[in-house]
Design a protein around this ligand. Structure first.
Ligand SMILES: N[C@@H](CCC(=O)N[C@@H](CS)C(=O)NCC(=O)O)C(=O)O
Length: 206
């Protein structure tokens, strides 16, 4: 049985955006059952939890064979179990991994800087943060072009990229990037996303 760790409570603004959503979405797409362990502040700090997730963050993941942390690594692990998340050939799987790293390493840091720092820094730095983000979003939009997905079909990479971009969409920061906004809308309309989102929200309401 697969178990994922998620927070028992987060402030309202974070609900629907906590990164265990990536795992829930991937598992829904793959049709794999899982259970959720809800972590409170005390458990988050405990040595025992840090053996599982060294930084005391969520998500963390466990199955019969392995314990993992880092959402990108976990989504790739889940993708290896299901044809619905990655092509069967090794080169296709390697391309999916490239896009997962691109989302987490080339886009997410700039998105997070924009979201969290833009109101706390000088005008000059704010301009630099915005310019860098726009540079990356323009490149991504150009590469996506008129395609629906990063590869020639939906993959795990679209899960990770969409979850990175939808935080920007929630801040109206994709308004100059209609292709990226349409990409987020398309992927958010998937039943597996909707189920994952409502399950995350339901766990907070419990
Ligand atoms: N790189 C990590 C980031 C995980 C992360 O930032 N988790 C947030 C929730 S979305 C968290 O646990 N924040 C609490 C903390 O950092 O103490 C991943 O992708 O799994």
């Amino acid at each position: 049985m697969i178990t994922i760790a998620a927070f028992k409570w987060v402030p309202d603004f974070a609900r629907g955006f906590v990164r265990d959503l990536r795992l829930r979405w991937a598992l829904e797409e793959a049709g794999i059952l899982y259970e959720v362990q809800l972590i409170d502040g005390e458990r988050q700090k405990s040595d025992e939890y840090r053996q599982w997730q060294p930084f005391g963050q969520v998500p963390a993941y466990r199955d019969d064979e392995v314990e993992l942390f880092e959402s990108g690594a976990i989504v790739l692990h889940i993708a290896a179990m299901s044809k619905s998340l990655a092509p069967a050939d090794r080169s296709g799987q390697a391309r999916v991994a490239s896009w997962v790293f691109a989302a987490l390493n080339s886009i997410e840091p700039h998105a997070q800087n924009y979201i969290h720092l833009r109101d706390a820094v000088s005008e000059e730095l704010k301009k630099a943060i915005t310019a860098k983000l726009h540079d990356r979003l323009n490149a991504l939009s150009d590469r996506l072009g008129d395609e629906d997905y990063l590869e020639n079909r939906f993959t795990a990479a679209d899960i990770v990229m969409t979850t990175v971009l939808r935080e920007l969409a929630a801040e109206s920061a994709l308004s100059g990037f209609p292709r990226l906004q349409a990409y987020v809308d398309r992927n958010e309309a998937r039943p597996a996303f909707q189920k994952a989102l409502s399950d995350q929200l339901a766990d907070f309401d419990r």
